[in-house]
Design a protein around this ligand. Structure first.
Ligand SMILES: Nc1ncnc2c1ncn2[C@@H]1O[C@H](COP(=O)(O)OP(=O)(O)OP(=O)(O)O)[C@@H](O)[C@H]1O
Ligand SMILES: [Mg+2]
Length: 258
C-alpha cells in the first residue's frame, strides 16, 4: 500500500516544555516496496512509526495511506515491535489471534489463518506452547505471524531483530524476505544496522539527529532474491560504506552498528 509522509512535524509536550521530535519529514513508500529507515537513537524513528499507525497525530504535515489521510489504527496495517510483546499467559496460537479477539469473536476461519501464519514462520508445531517455552527468535516470529494475521498491505517493523544474536538475525532476515516476496505488501522497516538495511531493502532512508528528518536516500540496486551470497557482492560493501560515511558525517554519537 502506498504511503505518503509529507512535511511532517511532531512536537511532544513534556514536563520540561515542548520537545520537537520530527521536523519537515517527507518520503513516500510505493506499493510492494521494502524501505528501511536508519537513524541514531532518539532521532524519532519510533515516533514516525506511531504516526503512521495513527496512534499519534502529527503537529504539522500530512500522512496518507493509499491517498487517504491517516485518522486512526487500521486493519490493513500490521505492526511488529522491537520486543515480541507476547502475552505470557496465552499460548502461541492465542497470541497470534489477539488482534482478532480484540475486535470480537474468533471464528474457525480465523484459527485456520492463524495456523497458516504459524506454518509460514515455521512454528506450526509450537501453537500450544507458551511464550516462555520459546527462544527470543521464535517469539519474534510469533510477533510476525500476529502482524500478518489480518493480511496487512503495509507492514511496519520497529527494530524487530535488534535483540537477536547474529545467526538468528540472519535467519530471520531471510524468513522475512521469504514471507514478504511476491505478496505486494509494502514494508517500512526500522533498524540500527546498516548491513540489515542494505540486505533487506529496495531503498534506505537515513534520518538525522533530533528533530528527525530524512538526510539521505539510497536505492539498493542489489538483485533479488537476496541470499547469503548477496553479502559477498562487492556492491553490498559499497552501499554499506556509503551509509556508514553518511553516519560519520552527522553530529552526535554514532549509533549505527557495522
Ligand atoms: N511519549 C513521549 N513524550 C515525550 N517525548 C517523547 C515521547 N516519546 C518519545 N519522545 C522523545 O522523542 C524523541 C524521539 O524518540 P523516539 O522513540 O521516536 O526515537 P527513536 O529514533 O525511536 O530512538 P531509538 O533508536 O532509541 O529507539 C526522543 O527525544 C524522546 O525523548
Ligand atoms: Mg525507537
Amino acid at each position: 500500500m502506498q504511503l505518503e509522509v509529507d512535511r511532517v512535524a511532531l512536537t511532544y509536550e513534556t514536563s520540561r516544555g515542548p520537545l520537537p521530535a520530527l521536523r519537515e519529514l517527507s518520503f513516500a513508500l510505493e506499493e510492494g516496496e521494502f524501505v528501511s529507515v536508519l537513524g541514531p537513537s532518539g532521532c524519532g524513528k519510533s515516533s514516525l512509526l506511531r504516526l503512521v499507525t495513527g496512534l499519534l497525530r502529527p503537529t504539522a504535515g500530512r500522512i496518507a495511506l493509499a491517498g487517504v489521510p491517516v485518522s486512526g489504527p487500521r486493519n490493513d496495517v500490521g505492526i511488529v515491535f522491537q520486543s515480541a510483546t507476547l502475552l505470557p499467559w496465552k499460548n502461541v496460537l492465542d497470541n497470534v489471534l489477539v488482534p482478532v479477539r480484540a475486535r470480537g469473536r474468533v471464528t474457525p476461519a480465523d484459527t485456520e489463518r492463524a495456523m497458516e501464519g504459524l506454518r509460514t514462520v515455521g512454528l506450526e508445531r509450537f501453537s500450544k506452547h507458551y511464550p516462555d517455552e520459546l527462544s527470543g527468535g521464535m517469539q519474534q516470529r510469533v510477533g510476525i505471524a500476529r502482524a500478518m494475521l489480518t493480511d496487512p498491505r503495509l507492514l511496519l517493523m520497529d527494530e524487530p531483530f535488534a535483540a537477536l544474536d547474529a545467526m538468528t538475525r540472519e535467519t530471520m532476515m531471510d524468513e522475512l524476505l521469504r514471507v514478504w516476496s511476491g505478496t505486494g505488501k509494502s514494508v517500512l522497516f526500522i533498524t540500527h544496522s546498516i548491513p540489515e538495511a542494505v540486505y533487506l531493502s529496495d531503498r534506505v532512508l537515513v534520518m538525522g539527529p533530533r528533530p528527525g528528518h530524512i538526510v539521505e536516500e539510497l536505492r539498493i540496486d542489489l538483485p533479488r532474491p537476496r541470499s547469503p551470497a548477496t553479502m559477498a557482492d562487492p556492491r553490498f560493501g559499497e552501499l554499506g560504506a556509503r551509509l556508514r560515511d553518511r553516519f560519520r558525517s552527522m553530529a552526535g554519537p554514532a549509533e549505527a552498528s557495522a
